[in-house]
Design a protein around this ligand. Structure first.
Ligand code: KG4
Ligand code: ZN
Length: 340
Protein backbone atom coordinates (compact mmCIF):
# COMPACT_ATOMS: atom_id res chain seq x y z
CA UNK A 1 0.00 0.00 0.00
CA UNK A 2 1.08 3.56 -0.69
CA UNK A 3 1.99 5.15 1.68
CA UNK A 4 2.93 2.11 3.73
CA UNK A 5 1.93 2.92 7.31
CA UNK A 6 3.55 0.79 10.01
CA UNK A 7 2.53 0.91 13.67
CA UNK A 8 5.54 0.52 15.97
CA UNK A 9 5.45 -0.74 19.57
CA UNK A 10 8.36 -0.41 22.02
CA UNK A 11 8.35 -1.83 25.57
CA UNK A 12 11.85 -3.30 26.03
CA UNK A 13 12.79 -1.34 29.16
CA UNK A 14 11.09 1.54 30.98
CA UNK A 15 9.65 3.60 28.12
CA UNK A 16 6.24 2.65 26.72
CA UNK A 17 5.96 3.95 23.17
CA UNK A 18 3.73 3.71 20.09
CA UNK A 19 4.29 5.37 16.73
CA UNK A 20 3.04 5.53 13.16
CA UNK A 21 5.73 5.86 10.47
CA UNK A 22 5.18 5.63 6.72
CA UNK A 23 7.64 4.20 4.19
CA UNK A 24 10.30 3.72 6.87
CA UNK A 25 11.12 7.38 7.42
CA UNK A 26 8.12 9.72 7.69
CA UNK A 27 6.97 10.05 11.30
CA UNK A 28 3.25 10.77 11.70
CA UNK A 29 3.16 10.29 15.47
CA UNK A 30 5.49 9.11 18.21
CA UNK A 31 4.08 8.99 21.73
CA UNK A 32 6.21 7.99 24.69
CA UNK A 33 4.90 7.27 28.18
CA UNK A 34 7.86 7.71 30.49
CA UNK A 35 8.07 5.71 33.71
CA UNK A 36 11.06 7.64 35.04
CA UNK A 37 9.18 8.96 38.05
CA UNK A 38 8.23 5.53 39.47
CA UNK A 39 11.65 3.99 38.85
CA UNK A 40 13.65 6.96 40.15
CA UNK A 41 12.27 6.11 43.63
CA UNK A 42 14.45 2.98 43.41
CA UNK A 43 17.45 4.52 41.59
CA UNK A 44 16.98 2.26 38.55
CA UNK A 45 14.48 0.22 36.57
CA UNK A 46 12.47 -2.36 38.56
CA UNK A 47 11.45 -4.96 35.94
CA UNK A 48 8.13 -6.01 37.47
CA UNK A 49 7.02 -2.41 37.97
CA UNK A 50 8.04 -1.66 34.37
CA UNK A 51 5.90 -4.58 33.09
CA UNK A 52 2.87 -3.40 35.02
CA UNK A 53 3.33 0.19 33.81
CA UNK A 54 3.55 -1.01 30.17
CA UNK A 55 0.32 -2.95 30.66
CA UNK A 56 -1.41 0.17 31.93
CA UNK A 57 0.00 2.61 29.36
CA UNK A 58 0.27 0.70 26.09
CA UNK A 59 -3.32 0.42 24.80
CA UNK A 60 -4.18 4.12 25.32
CA UNK A 61 -0.84 5.13 23.74
CA UNK A 62 -1.53 3.03 20.63
CA UNK A 63 -4.92 4.67 20.25
CA UNK A 64 -3.31 8.08 20.69
CA UNK A 65 -0.56 7.34 18.14
CA UNK A 66 -3.07 6.29 15.48
CA UNK A 67 -5.37 9.26 16.17
CA UNK A 68 -2.49 11.75 16.11
CA UNK A 69 -1.33 10.30 12.78
CA UNK A 70 -4.76 11.15 11.36
CA UNK A 71 -5.39 7.61 10.13
CA UNK A 72 -7.51 4.65 11.21
CA UNK A 73 -6.43 1.12 12.11
CA UNK A 74 -7.58 0.06 8.63
CA UNK A 75 -4.91 2.22 6.97
CA UNK A 76 -2.08 0.23 8.59
CA UNK A 77 0.03 -2.19 6.54
CA UNK A 78 1.64 -3.92 9.51
CA UNK A 79 2.52 -3.87 13.19
CA UNK A 80 6.17 -3.87 14.25
CA UNK A 81 7.18 -4.76 17.78
CA UNK A 82 10.44 -5.04 19.70
CA UNK A 83 11.15 -8.74 20.18
CA UNK A 84 14.44 -8.19 22.08
CA UNK A 85 16.93 -7.53 23.54
CA UNK A 86 15.56 -6.15 26.78
CA UNK A 87 13.83 -7.12 30.01
CA UNK A 88 11.70 -10.21 29.50
CA UNK A 89 8.57 -9.03 31.38
CA UNK A 90 8.40 -5.65 29.63
CA UNK A 91 9.09 -7.28 26.23
CA UNK A 92 6.28 -9.80 26.75
CA UNK A 93 3.73 -7.02 27.28
CA UNK A 94 4.56 -5.46 23.88
CA UNK A 95 4.81 -8.79 22.07
CA UNK A 96 1.48 -10.06 23.47
CA UNK A 97 -0.24 -6.81 22.55
CA UNK A 98 1.17 -6.85 19.01
CA UNK A 99 0.17 -10.47 18.44
CA UNK A 100 -3.41 -9.87 19.56
CA UNK A 101 -3.63 -6.71 17.48
CA UNK A 102 -2.18 -8.38 14.38
CA UNK A 103 -4.59 -11.31 14.79
CA UNK A 104 -7.65 -9.11 15.33
CA UNK A 105 -6.85 -6.77 12.41
CA UNK A 106 -5.41 -9.50 10.16
CA UNK A 107 -2.19 -7.52 9.79
CA UNK A 108 1.38 -8.75 9.28
CA UNK A 109 3.28 -9.03 12.58
CA UNK A 110 6.85 -7.73 12.21
CA UNK A 111 9.46 -8.60 14.87
CA UNK A 112 12.16 -5.97 15.36
CA UNK A 113 15.56 -6.00 17.04
CA UNK A 114 15.86 -3.12 19.51
CA UNK A 115 19.54 -2.38 18.88
CA UNK A 116 19.14 -2.37 15.13
CA UNK A 117 16.06 -0.16 15.59
CA UNK A 118 18.24 2.41 17.40
CA UNK A 119 20.40 2.56 14.26
CA UNK A 120 17.30 3.09 12.12
CA UNK A 121 16.42 6.20 14.16
CA UNK A 122 18.89 7.82 11.75
CA UNK A 123 16.53 7.11 8.86
CA UNK A 124 13.69 9.05 10.43
CA UNK A 125 12.68 12.47 9.31
CA UNK A 126 9.46 14.39 9.47
CA UNK A 127 10.11 15.95 6.07
CA UNK A 128 10.48 14.22 2.73
CA UNK A 129 14.26 14.25 3.05
CA UNK A 130 15.82 11.16 4.53
CA UNK A 131 19.00 11.50 6.59
CA UNK A 132 20.58 8.40 5.10
CA UNK A 133 20.47 7.15 1.55
CA UNK A 134 21.29 3.88 -0.10
CA UNK A 135 24.57 5.37 -1.34
CA UNK A 136 25.76 5.98 2.24
CA UNK A 137 26.37 2.25 2.65
CA UNK A 138 28.65 0.62 3.66
CA UNK A 139 28.75 2.45 6.98
CA UNK A 140 29.81 2.13 10.60
CA UNK A 141 27.13 2.38 13.31
CA UNK A 142 27.98 3.02 16.96
CA UNK A 143 25.18 2.10 19.38
CA UNK A 144 25.65 3.70 22.80
CA UNK A 145 22.87 3.07 25.30
CA UNK A 146 22.19 1.93 28.84
CA UNK A 147 22.71 -1.69 27.84
CA UNK A 148 25.05 -1.56 24.82
CA UNK A 149 28.24 -0.05 23.48
CA UNK A 150 28.74 -1.70 20.12
CA UNK A 151 30.27 -0.97 16.73
CA UNK A 152 28.57 -2.51 13.68
CA UNK A 153 29.70 -2.68 10.08
CA UNK A 154 26.66 -2.38 7.80
CA UNK A 155 27.05 -3.28 4.16
CA UNK A 156 23.37 -2.57 3.41
CA UNK A 157 20.05 -2.13 5.22
CA UNK A 158 19.91 -5.87 5.87
CA UNK A 159 23.31 -6.66 7.33
CA UNK A 160 24.66 -5.67 10.71
CA UNK A 161 28.05 -7.19 11.53
CA UNK A 162 29.27 -6.72 15.11
CA UNK A 163 32.95 -5.72 15.05
CA UNK A 164 33.39 -4.36 18.58
CA UNK A 165 31.56 -4.16 21.88
CA UNK A 166 32.07 -3.50 25.58
CA UNK A 167 33.67 -6.18 27.70
CA UNK A 168 31.96 -4.96 30.87
CA UNK A 169 29.73 -1.92 31.50
CA UNK A 170 27.88 -0.12 28.71
CA UNK A 171 28.79 3.56 28.56
CA UNK A 172 25.26 4.68 29.55
CA UNK A 173 25.47 2.28 32.48
CA UNK A 174 28.74 3.92 33.60
CA UNK A 175 27.04 7.34 33.46
CA UNK A 176 24.08 6.00 35.46
CA UNK A 177 26.27 4.38 38.15
CA UNK A 178 28.48 7.43 38.60
CA UNK A 179 25.42 9.72 38.72
CA UNK A 180 24.09 7.54 41.51
CA UNK A 181 27.38 7.86 43.45
CA UNK A 182 27.14 11.64 43.01
CA UNK A 183 23.50 11.60 44.23
CA UNK A 184 22.37 13.23 40.98
CA UNK A 185 19.44 10.88 40.33
CA UNK A 186 18.27 8.60 37.55
CA UNK A 187 18.77 8.30 34.58
CA UNK A 188 22.27 9.61 35.01
CA UNK A 189 23.39 10.54 31.48
CA UNK A 190 21.36 13.73 31.01
CA UNK A 191 22.07 14.82 34.62
CA UNK A 192 25.83 14.32 34.14
CA UNK A 193 25.58 16.29 30.91
CA UNK A 194 23.91 19.28 32.54
CA UNK A 195 26.42 19.31 35.44
CA UNK A 196 29.28 19.04 32.92
CA UNK A 197 28.19 22.27 31.21
CA UNK A 198 29.13 24.12 34.42
CA UNK A 199 32.58 22.50 34.77
CA UNK A 200 35.96 21.94 33.14
CA UNK A 201 37.53 18.61 32.08
CA UNK A 202 40.37 19.17 34.55
CA UNK A 203 40.63 15.72 36.19
CA UNK A 204 42.66 12.95 34.61
CA UNK A 205 40.68 9.72 34.94
CA UNK A 206 42.32 6.47 33.84
CA UNK A 207 41.53 5.46 30.29
CA UNK A 208 41.19 1.71 29.64
CA UNK A 209 43.98 -0.14 27.89
CA UNK A 210 42.48 -2.79 25.63
CA UNK A 211 44.46 -4.76 23.10
CA UNK A 212 41.47 -5.56 20.87
CA UNK A 213 41.05 -2.82 18.26
CA UNK A 214 37.36 -2.00 18.49
CA UNK A 215 36.33 -3.30 21.93
CA UNK A 216 35.47 -1.04 24.85
CA UNK A 217 35.73 -1.24 28.63
CA UNK A 218 34.10 1.24 30.98
CA UNK A 219 34.34 -0.46 34.37
CA UNK A 220 37.96 0.72 34.89
CA UNK A 221 37.02 4.30 34.13
CA UNK A 222 34.02 3.98 36.44
CA UNK A 223 36.27 2.69 39.26
CA UNK A 224 38.75 5.49 38.64
CA UNK A 225 35.95 8.06 39.15
CA UNK A 226 34.53 6.23 42.20
CA UNK A 227 38.02 5.98 43.77
CA UNK A 228 38.55 9.69 43.24
CA UNK A 229 35.24 10.44 44.98
CA UNK A 230 35.95 8.05 47.86
CA UNK A 231 39.42 9.51 48.47
CA UNK A 232 38.03 13.04 48.51
CA UNK A 233 35.26 12.04 50.91
CA UNK A 234 37.63 10.13 53.23
CA UNK A 235 40.01 13.08 53.49
CA UNK A 236 37.03 15.40 53.88
CA UNK A 237 38.28 17.39 50.88
CA UNK A 238 36.03 19.45 48.65
CA UNK A 239 35.61 18.52 44.99
CA UNK A 240 33.72 19.98 42.08
CA UNK A 241 30.81 17.82 40.84
CA UNK A 242 30.70 19.76 37.51
CA UNK A 243 34.43 19.12 36.97
CA UNK A 244 34.02 15.39 37.73
CA UNK A 245 31.13 15.21 35.23
CA UNK A 246 32.91 17.25 32.58
CA UNK A 247 36.09 15.13 32.90
CA UNK A 248 34.14 11.87 32.77
CA UNK A 249 32.12 13.00 29.77
CA UNK A 250 35.10 14.12 27.72
CA UNK A 251 37.05 10.94 28.55
CA UNK A 252 34.09 8.81 27.42
CA UNK A 253 33.77 10.92 24.25
CA UNK A 254 37.47 10.51 23.49
CA UNK A 255 37.30 6.71 23.89
CA UNK A 256 34.19 6.41 21.69
CA UNK A 257 35.55 8.73 18.99
CA UNK A 258 38.97 7.00 18.87
CA UNK A 259 37.64 3.48 18.37
CA UNK A 260 34.83 4.39 15.99
CA UNK A 261 36.94 6.56 13.69
CA UNK A 262 39.57 3.81 13.65
CA UNK A 263 36.89 1.29 12.62
CA UNK A 264 35.70 3.60 9.81
CA UNK A 265 39.24 4.20 8.51
CA UNK A 266 40.18 0.51 8.67
CA UNK A 267 37.05 -0.58 6.80
CA UNK A 268 37.31 2.37 4.42
CA UNK A 269 33.75 3.62 4.96
CA UNK A 270 32.69 7.23 4.54
CA UNK A 271 29.67 7.37 6.89
CA UNK A 272 29.34 6.92 10.65
CA UNK A 273 25.96 6.73 12.42
CA UNK A 274 25.54 7.31 16.14
CA UNK A 275 22.54 5.78 17.90
CA UNK A 276 21.12 5.03 21.36
CA UNK A 277 20.38 7.17 24.42
CA UNK A 278 23.97 8.35 24.95
CA UNK A 279 24.08 9.77 21.40
CA UNK A 280 21.83 12.55 22.74
CA UNK A 281 24.89 13.89 24.56
CA UNK A 282 25.97 17.19 22.96
CA UNK A 283 29.65 16.94 23.91
CA UNK A 284 29.87 13.47 22.41
CA UNK A 285 28.09 14.67 19.25
CA UNK A 286 30.44 17.66 18.93
CA UNK A 287 33.63 15.63 19.44
CA UNK A 288 32.43 13.15 16.83
CA UNK A 289 31.50 15.91 14.38
CA UNK A 290 34.91 17.57 14.71
CA UNK A 291 36.91 14.39 14.36
CA UNK A 292 34.82 12.99 11.48
CA UNK A 293 35.21 16.18 9.46
CA UNK A 294 39.00 15.92 9.77
CA UNK A 295 38.80 12.57 8.01
CA UNK A 296 36.15 13.60 5.48
CA UNK A 297 33.64 11.19 7.01
CA UNK A 298 29.90 11.97 6.99
CA UNK A 299 28.53 11.82 10.54
CA UNK A 300 24.83 11.28 11.33
CA UNK A 301 22.94 11.13 14.58
CA UNK A 302 19.20 10.98 15.27
CA UNK A 303 17.09 13.93 16.36
CA UNK A 304 17.25 14.23 20.15
CA UNK A 305 13.86 12.59 20.83
CA UNK A 306 14.76 9.59 18.65
CA UNK A 307 18.03 8.86 20.52
CA UNK A 308 16.42 7.37 23.62
CA UNK A 309 13.90 4.53 23.42
CA UNK A 310 10.97 5.26 21.11
CA UNK A 311 8.60 3.37 18.82
CA UNK A 312 9.28 5.46 15.68
CA UNK A 313 12.63 3.70 15.23
CA UNK A 314 10.84 0.35 15.67
CA UNK A 315 8.30 1.27 12.97
CA UNK A 316 11.13 2.39 10.66
CA UNK A 317 13.06 -0.88 10.91
CA UNK A 318 9.70 -2.68 10.79
CA UNK A 319 9.08 -1.21 7.34
CA UNK A 320 12.43 -2.45 6.00
CA UNK A 321 11.91 -5.89 7.57
CA UNK A 322 8.43 -6.05 6.05
CA UNK A 323 9.81 -5.19 2.59
CA UNK A 324 12.32 -8.03 2.99
CA UNK A 325 9.54 -10.46 3.98
CA UNK A 326 10.89 -10.74 7.53
CA UNK A 327 7.51 -11.10 9.23
CA UNK A 328 6.65 -13.18 12.30
CA UNK A 329 3.99 -15.69 13.26
CA UNK A 330 1.56 -15.84 16.16
CA UNK A 331 3.83 -18.19 18.12
CA UNK A 332 6.54 -15.51 18.27
CA UNK A 333 8.21 -15.07 21.66
CA UNK A 334 10.23 -12.34 23.35
CA UNK A 335 14.01 -12.95 23.25
CA UNK A 336 15.81 -11.01 26.04
CA UNK A 337 19.31 -11.55 24.58
CA UNK A 338 18.48 -11.18 20.88
CA UNK A 339 21.38 -10.03 18.67
CA UNK A 340 20.99 -7.95 15.49
O1 KG4 B 1 18.71 3.94 24.39
P1 KG4 B 1 18.23 4.14 25.77
O2 KG4 B 1 17.05 5.08 25.99
O3 KG4 B 1 17.84 2.79 26.45
C1 KG4 B 1 18.56 1.61 26.26
O4 KG4 B 1 18.28 0.92 25.26
O5 KG4 B 1 19.43 1.36 27.12
O6 KG4 B 1 19.49 4.66 26.60
C2 KG4 B 1 19.43 5.00 27.94
C3 KG4 B 1 20.80 5.44 28.40
C4 KG4 B 1 20.88 5.69 29.90
O7 KG4 B 1 22.05 5.08 30.39
C5 KG4 B 1 20.98 7.21 29.98
O8 KG4 B 1 21.70 7.65 31.11
C6 KG4 B 1 21.73 7.54 28.70
O9 KG4 B 1 21.17 6.66 27.74
N1 KG4 B 1 21.52 8.93 28.25
C7 KG4 B 1 22.50 9.84 28.15
C8 KG4 B 1 21.89 11.05 27.74
N2 KG4 B 1 20.54 10.81 27.58
C9 KG4 B 1 20.34 9.50 27.90
N3 KG4 B 1 23.82 9.75 28.39
C10 KG4 B 1 24.56 10.85 28.22
N4 KG4 B 1 24.06 12.05 27.85
C11 KG4 B 1 22.73 12.20 27.59
N5 KG4 B 1 22.23 13.37 27.23
ZN1 ZN C 1 17.33 1.41 23.76
Amino acid sequence: RNPCYILGIETSCDDTSASVVSDGYKVHSNVVGSQTEVHSLYGGVVPEIASREHLKLLSPLVKKAVTEAGITFNDLSGIAVTKGPGLVGPLLVGVSFAKSFAYAKELPLIPVNHIKAHIFANFLSSSTNKGIYQHDFPLIALVISGGHTSIYYMKSYETCELIGSTRDDACGEAFDKIARALDLGYPGGPLIESEAFKGEPSIDFTKPKIDSKYDFSFSGLKSSVLNYLNKKKMKDEKFSVPDVCSSLQSTVAEILVDKTIKAALDTNVKTILLAGGVSANRTIRTQFTNEASKHDIKLCFPKLNYCTDNAAMVASLGYFNYKLGLTGTLDMNAVPNLTP
